[in-house]
Design a protein around this ligand. Structure first.
Ligand SMILES: [Cu+2]
Length: 146
């Protein structure tokens, strides 16, 4: 390869890579000490370019309460990003959609732990599931479907 080609490639690569990480806001993830799938979801976020801060708590009910997470949406972990709550195994691209669209909601969530959602991979098994949004009054709406 000619040297000038290397220089151009290097410039292209370094222009693209850091911009991605710098653009994404930090996600704070609250999880319990023994939750393995929570850790896998954190890895999924990091692989998607989100900086993540993990906080380990024995009881997440206070975090869920202050974020207004409806009982029906409760899952194994709760996250906060740019003033929104993100409950459960929400795919990173749906979080990107949330940050881009900035809907007037308190947060989004995937109830339970559907097989095949990020962090809940189990071979090829994929359960269809919905990502719900919720507002301060606990009103639910379908925000995305998988
Ligand atoms: Cu889980």
């Amino acid at each position: 390869m000619r040297p000038w080609i290397c220089v151009v490639l290097l410039a292209l690569l370094s222009a693209g890579a850091p911009a991605l990480a710098a653009d994404l806001p930090e996600v704070t993830v609250y999880k319990t000490p023994t939750c393995g799938c929570c850790g896998k979801w954190v890895e999924h976020l990091e692989a998607s370019g989100f900086p993540v801060q993990t906080k380990v708590l024995d009881d997440l009910s206070a975090v869920k309460g202050r974020n207004g997470v409806p009982y029906e949406l409760a899952s194994c972990h709760t996250a906060e990003v740019e003033g929104y709550a993100v409950e459960g195994h929400v795919p990173a691209d749906v979080i990107l959609k949330l940050l881009k669209e900035k809907p007037d909601v308190a947060g989004i969530g995937v109830p339970g732990m559907p097989l095949g959602s990020p962090g809940m991979e189990y071979g090829d098994r994929k359960e269809p599931y919905k990502v719900w949004s919720f507002d301060a009054d606990g009103k639910l709406k379908v925000y995305a479907q998988r």
